[in-house]
Design a binder for this molecule. Sequence first.
Ligand SMILES: NC(=O)c1ccc[n+]([C@@H]2O[C@H](COP(=O)([O-])OP(=O)(O)OC[C@H]3O[C@@H](n4cnc5c(N)ncnc54)[C@H](O)[C@@H]3O)[C@@H](O)[C@H]2O)c1
Length: 350
Amino acid sequence: MEKPYVRFGIIGAGTIADFHAEAIRSVPDARLAAVCDTDAERAAAFARKHGIECHTDLADFLARAPIDAVTVATPTGLHGAVAIPAARAGKHVLCEKPLDVTAEKSQAIIDACKEAGVLLVPVFQYRFGGGAIRLKRAIEAGRFGRLLHLSGRIKWWRSQDYYDSGAWRGTWALDGGGCLMNQSIHTIDLMLHFGGRPEQVFGYTATRTHTGIEVEDCACAVLRFASGAMGVIESSTACAPGFPARIEVSGERGTAALEGDALTEWRFADTDAGDEAILAGIGEKKLGSGASDPKAINVEGHRLQIADMTRAILAGGQPAIDGAEAKIPVELICGIYTSMQTGRPYIFAR
Ligand SMILES: NC(=O)c1ccc[n+]([C@@H]2O[C@H](COP(=O)([O-])OP(=O)(O)OC[C@H]3O[C@@H](n4cnc5c(N)ncnc54)[C@H](O)[C@@H]3O)[C@@H](O)[C@H]2O)c1
């Protein structure tokens, strides 16, 4: 008898969809079965390329395609519009980052999945990098002592052509923001994963080099975590030539730095048996960096996340990243936008 597997359908056959298709293919317990895109030509080309069912109508796709789960890969501001009907149709939801363009819209997806009893898995593939996993474990083991400072530097670059390549890019309604919301959210999610609950954030944003976009291509922000730790975010898609995102975590007993998915600093007052192996692997990158080109990532992070999701569906249990966690970076980024408008810090509800 064939082992059970999870059948995926992809909604939105654009840039990131091919990464999902390849990642699904490389997970033994997952199958790619169908695609749905409102652009008939794109849907047909993607279906032909991957040998799967083709749909252009969401209701028809959800009713007839032989699928257990969907990948939501539409423009961000449409995530809820497709994820909520998918959840109501009983499909598990793998949703690309950001969950949606506001905390309220993100919450609507979380609620729909909960009510339907399906899994909501938000894509944050950099959480699955070896460096991020080791760093999180060291924090949980108390190796930093009290956390003091977390900094995230995301001095990336996107061409004008990138913003011109889709009418939704760089719009408030569909992109939800600029460098912070679309690109730096990966790093901001990691900072929150490491630093815990945020309490306040204050920020500046500006559009410095790109034209025809409504949103920021440069931003900086300071934040305070509930633990008392402080954070700084520098975010851009205007910095040539584009550098790997860097996170530094410092506590009273140690400091570590992550560049892309690789640890580049690992220094503690007290040594640990595993340190030698970590120091030997310093600088080892596996996930690729989108610093200058969104297609320069590799599928490894998506593969690990899809493997984690299929395990949770087939064997039961929770996936590594809970849907509700993905609302927090969206709220933080929207908080920076609010702070820019009001000139005051945005304060999170307790
Ligand atoms: N995890 C990552 O590293 C990563 C990288 C790139 C993009 N993304 C995210 O993936 C999402 C898509 O980004 P992209 O760059 O692939 O966009 P894209 O513009 O290349 O593709 C979006 C596709 O969605 C289709 N679409 C639009 N409305 C639709 C609807 N109602 N139903 C079905 N299909 C619809 C479009 O026709 C298009 O083919 C965004 O949320 C983005 O933030 C994540």
